[in-house]
Design a binder for this molecule. Structure first.
Ligand code: APR
Length: 242
């Protein structure tokens, strides 16, 4: 599977992962666009845009509440754990589009949540922010200042926090190996990260059972699941180092 990089495995000192919903699929969290994805039962544009939120905050909160419960039950899978274990052999940074916190739960120490986090909420007006781990009984929840609270996530049409994006780009620009796992690469600007890495001569590896918009730009494409493939990558490092 990894013959392509086997001999140079010890050259990889800075590894960046770009991950998406697919890496959490084996933890029981549905993807957005995969065959049985989340969006199949919901109209994406009705749930994850600022307009949809102001149009019907209750509906958007009900959907997030449902996702929060699903995510709080979820455990990291072998793919998340393998990424965490790889920190023994290289500097590893995870640039994730996921808001489920499973990389951190698996033990990854450097995770940038490009699209925010399901546990974080913030006020739509004042600068109140908090991490809430339980379900909201009545939605939409209201801030002490009297305005409604919203999930602290990046919705379609909103830009990523400037500092998060700047950091993500600099990690992409300075890695020697980028592994793109579990993402369809259809949402920008996350889908530009592989290009930054490629411009800096990083090797790109895609791990996805399906084709993506950038499969032909990759150095290596592995048509399989992350929970299966990533532990194999770790054993390759283990063999070369231990
Ligand atoms: N292992 C690896 N990849 C998988 C697996 C798996 N077990 N199962 C599915 N996949 C792949 C699918 O083939 C698909 O290409 O994961 C990808 C998931 O793509 P999306 O559902 O589009 O999710 P993602 O790329 O994370 O979406 C990006 O879009 O809706 C917004 O903000 C949301 O962060 C999300 C962004």
């Amino acid at each position: 599977m990894f013959e392509f990089i086997e001999e140079q495995i010890t050259n990889f000192k800075k590894i960046v992962f770009v991950t998406g919903a697919g890496i959490s699929q084996e933890s029981g969290i549905p993807t957005f666009r995969g065959k049985d994805g989340l969006w199949r039962n919901h109209d994406a544009m009705k749930l994850a845009t600022i307009d949809a939120f102001y149009d019907n905050p209750k509906l958007v909160w009900e959907w997030y509440n449902e996702r929060r419960m699903n995510i709080f039950q979820a455990q990291p899978n072998a793919g998340h754990k393998a990424i965490a274990e790889l920190e023994k052999y290289a500097e590893v940074v995870v640039l994730t589009q996921n808001i489920d916190g499973l990389h951190q739960k698996a033990g990854s120490s450097k995770v940038l949540e490009l699209h925010g986090s399901i546990v974080k909420i913030k006020c739509t007006v004042c600068n109140f922010k908090e991490e809430i781990l339980e379900e909201f009984s009545d939605v939409p929840p209201v801030c002490k200042c009297g305005n409604i609270l919203r999930p602290d996530v990046v919705w379609f049409g909103e830009s990523l926090p400037q500092d998060v994006w700047q950091n993500a780009m600099s990690f992409a620009n300075s890695c020697d190996l980028m592994i793109i796992a579990g993402t369809s690469l259809v949402v920008s600007p996350a889908n530009t990260l592989p290009m930054y890495a490629k411009q800096n001569n990083a090797i790109l590896i895609e791990i996805n059972p399906e084709n993506t918009e950038m499969s032909e730009d990759m150095g290596l494409v592995i048509r399989s699941t992350s929970a299966k493939v990533l532990p194999e990558l770790v054993s390759l490092f283990k063999k070369s180092y231990d």
